[in-house]
Write a protein that binds this ligand. Structure first.
Ligand SMILES: [Zn+2]
Length: 161
């Protein structure tokens, strides 16, 4: 059997035995948490990158809708907006000092390490800003994956006792 034939055979088998296929998958996932994690990570990165590109493109073509979306974001994240404004005030007053990015780039913007303390900021260039944002989203998502994996494992062991 060639690789393609085998893949096709497996696909067909999964179609014919959906319950068994799902059970096998759960079993595999429960036994390979690291692979599940790594795979999810890559998957999320690709998705995020894809969505980001689309949003940027869409925003350029539809500035009015983007304006509305930004307004909605501000309404839904009032606490964040508050901290953001506080930080800007502190920057104006000289209580926060703008710095170069850690990579050496001079053109930087404020990055909030949390949205609790307006002083808890660093300055990052566009590239590093995005990298940090991605990292943060990743950590958040990984927490969800871990929780999900735990539930899967628990369900699996419960069903197999
Ligand atoms: Zn940088």
């Amino acid at each position: 059997m060639t690789k393609a034939e085998k893949a096709e055979y497996n696909r067909q088998w999964r179609k014919d035995n959906p319950d068994q296929a799902l059970s096998n998958l759960r079993h595999w996932r429960a036994n390979n948490p690291d692979k599940v994690r790594e795979h999810s990570w890559e998957h999320i990165d690709r998705r995020v990158e894809h969505i980001r590109e689309r949003v940027i493109k869409y925003g350029k073509d539809h500035p009015e809708i983007m304006k509305k979306a930004a307004k909605k974001y501000r309404e839904n994240h009032k606490d964040r907006v508050f901290i953001l404004k506080e930080s800007l005030k502190l920057l104006e007053e000289g209580k926060i000092i703008k710095t170069d990015c850690s990579c050496g780039e001079e053109n930087t913007r404020m990055f909030h390490l949390d949205y609790i303390d307006p002083l808890n900021v660093i300055f990052l260039c566009k590239e590093c800003f995005w990298a940090r944002t991605k990292e943060r989203n990743r950590a958040k998502k990984l927490m969800q994956i871990d929780a999900w994996h735990l539930i899967q494992t628990m369900t699996y062991s419960k069903n197999n006792k």
